[in-house]
Write a protein that binds this ligand. Structure first.
Ligand code: PXP
Length: 243
């Protein structure tokens, strides 16, 4: 049976553009409503420690105003756990975060942080939040995600998107192997980071991946073709592979 592939639209960079000037425009919540109309299955937002794009107020509004499931990307800190417990999003994706990075570089070291992550996943899960770990396509990290009690992993596709030629194929094979391993050990498998029209199809073709989270490219492409059109096109490319 071919499983439907969900599309989570990350609205962080609508807030990046707004914050370049301050004020209220463009509004990431409006973008979330538009994403829903264009065929998104969920909305993703990352409240960073430095609040460089999504703000606390955005998070509050996304949690209360949008009908689609909200996936809250968060660092493994007590502050973020408190915010997640207050808003109770559908899902929380735990990501590594460093202040000096431009975007989330590399996956979370779950294997090296079992003692901190296990109780954190437990608190979030007890609140009914579906927790995922944003990790590299590495079987050791997948096993660790299972060990901390996370039901979901999201595989980092950044290296695949940046690589070219043979190297890209090698990265793709690593992602496919990790996605198969996820299924074998009972984890739901998502993927994301850096995906664009020209890189999405091979990842969408991996049958055990059930969700892609995509943001920066969609918002960038919206400058040229509009947000709805960019999301609809991405949705179409994903559906073509699963048809
Ligand atoms: N998934 C996770 C866990 C992320 O941290 C990000 C970036 O915030 C994405 C997906 C989306 O990446 P991009 O904006 O490059 O599409």
């Amino acid at each position: 049976m071919v499983r439907r592939l969900r599309l989570g639209v990350n609205v962080d960079h609508v807030a990046t553009i707004r914050n370049a000037r301050g004020g209220r425009h463009p509004d990431p919540v409006r973008a979330a409503h538009m994403a829903a109309a264009a065929g998104a299955d969920g909305i993703t937002a990352h409240l960073r420690e430095d609040r460089r794009h999504i703000s606390d107020r955005d998070m509050e509004r996304l949690a209360s105003e949008i009908a689609l499931p909200l996936n809250f990307e968060m660092a493994a800190t007590d502050e973020m756990v408190g915010i997640a417990l207050r808003h109770r999003p559908h899902a929380a994706c735990i990501v590594p975060e460093r202040r000096e990075e431009r975007t989330t570089e590399g996956g979370l070291d779950v294997a090296g942080n079992l003692a901190t992550l296990t109780p954190m996943v437990g608190r979030l899960a007890d609140a009914g939040i579906r927790v995922s770990m944003f990790i590299e396509a590495d079987p050791r990290q997948l096993d660790a995600a299972r060990a901390v009690g996370a039901p979901v992993v999201e595989l980092h596709t950044g290296a695949y998107c940046e690589a070219e030629g043979e190297a890209r194929l090698r990265e793709l094979a690593r992602i496919a192997a990790a996605a198969a391993h996820a299924e074998a050990i009972g984890l739901e498998c998502h993927a994301g980071h850096g995906l664009a029209f020209d890189t999405v199809k091979p990842v969408a073709a991996i049958p055990t991946i059930v969700e892609l989270n995509i943001g920066h490219f969609l918002v960038g492409e919206a400058i040229f073709i509009g947000l709805e059109a960019s999301i609809r096109r991405m949705r179409q490319l994903m559906d073509e592979v699963r048809a």
